[in-house]
Design a protein around this ligand. Structure first.
Ligand SMILES: NC(=O)c1ccc[n+]([C@@H]2O[C@H](COP(=O)([O-])OP(=O)(O)OC[C@H]3O[C@@H](n4cnc5c(N)ncnc54)[C@H](O)[C@@H]3O)[C@@H](O)[C@H]2O)c1
Length: 304
């Protein structure tokens, strides 16, 4: 494989690039560095980096020259930002996505794997959520990812381009930006605990999430590129915990008693989330996930 990773300088992208390089593949990164960082990436003879925007067809085509596989991760990743500025969000997450998808078709790329999201499911009618559950996104971001899934399915049928959408649940780990108010809850909690500030919880803290360590997501991405599965696939551990349990585990890792302030629940926040990850385990053969305590220990060490 010769792999193009869009968004490769970001949180999930940089961990995946490291993994692909370690597995011996040449990797090219296309990133506009809007939220990604050059120092997330290693110096490596098999790694090349292109600075550019996926909204430019010319840039995407150039980046795809000589590539056999594409991992498309570049996106506007914030649900809140998509609510505030839906048109700009869609320009990256729909038009930018289509640029990548169509260039992959035109250049006869062998396989395209892209980041979808658990956000496509919206408020789940039943748990755990499997890939056949109805999609009913409740944010522009979720809708954009659902549109990605539909376009990808159409491109498989119309043009025979093999595509796989990975529906990540809540990813955590080193390099997730703790300074962004839009970031994942665990990285924000880590930073606040380091600074001895209270952790703000919206609601009673009994809402549940499936938190998956970024190293496991990098494994899933590599397996998805190497394998032949098409369609969509949940990427999750299959075990959900409440925010209260998470805070306790983080306190144990940090050796500190976290101060917690509970506020109003946010409108539109999903109460319970739990993933069925059997497709990931059986079709992509990704299992034995990093236990929460170990993942949190690594994150705590990196969050100086
Ligand atoms: N982190 C999660 O929990 C999670 C959950 C579900 C889905 N996802 C999806 O996974 C993917 C990666 O997310 P992440 O958490 O690593 O976020 P991230 O912000 O760290 O990574 C996104 C990368 O894309 C780049 N980028 C953004 N817009 C671009 C553009 N127009 N052109 C070129 N590059 C651009 C950014 O600079 C960044 O490096 C995204 O598609 C996101 O929607 C993430």
């Amino acid at each position: 494989m010769r792999v193009l990773v869009t968004g490769g300088a970001g949180f999930i992208g940089s961990h995946t690039v490291e993994r692909l390089l370690a597995q011996g593949y040449p990797v090219r990164v296309l990133d506009d560095f809007s939220t990604g960082h050059l120092d997330n990436l290693p110096h490596h003879s098999r790694l090349s980096i292109i600075t550019g925007d996926i909204r430019s067809r010319r840039v995407v085509e150039e980046a795809m020259q000589g590539v056999t596989h594409v991992l498309h991760l570049a996106a506007q990743v914030s649900v809140a930002a998509s609510v505030e500025a839906p048109v700009s969000s869609a320009s990256i997450n729909v038009t930018g996505f289509l640029n990548v998808l169509d260039a992959a078709r035109a250049q006869r790329v062998r396989r395209l794997v892209y980041a979808s999201s658990a956000a496509v499911y919206g408020m789940p009618a039943r748990l755990p959520i499997d890939e056949d559950a109805p999609t009913a996104p409740i944010s522009p971001y979720g809708l954009e990812k659902e549109i990605n899934d539909r376009y990808a399915a159409l491109y498989r049928d119309l043009y025979g381009l093999p595509t796989l959408g990975l529906r990540y649940f809540n990813v955590y780990g080193p390099r997730q930006d703790p300074n962004s108010p839009y970031s994942g809850v665990i990285s924000i909690f880590c930073r606040r605990l380091r600074e001895a500030r209270p952790l703000s919880v919206f609601g009673d803290g009994l809402q549940t999430r499936d938190f998956i360590y970024v190293g496991d997501v990098a494994r899933a991405n590599a397996a998805a590129l190497e394998g032949g599965l098409t369609g969509v696939c949940n990427v999750a551990t299959g075990e959900s915990i409440s925010l209260r349990t998470l805070i306790k585990a983080l306190g144990a890792v940090a050796g500190k008693q976290p101060l917690v302030s509970y506020g109003e629940a946010r409108a539109g926040d999903i109460r319970e989330s739990a993933a069925d990850n059997r497709r990931l385990v059986t079709a992509l053969r990704v299992s034995e996930f990093e236990p929460l305590g170990r993942g949190l220990t690594r994150l705590w060490a990196s969050c100086a």
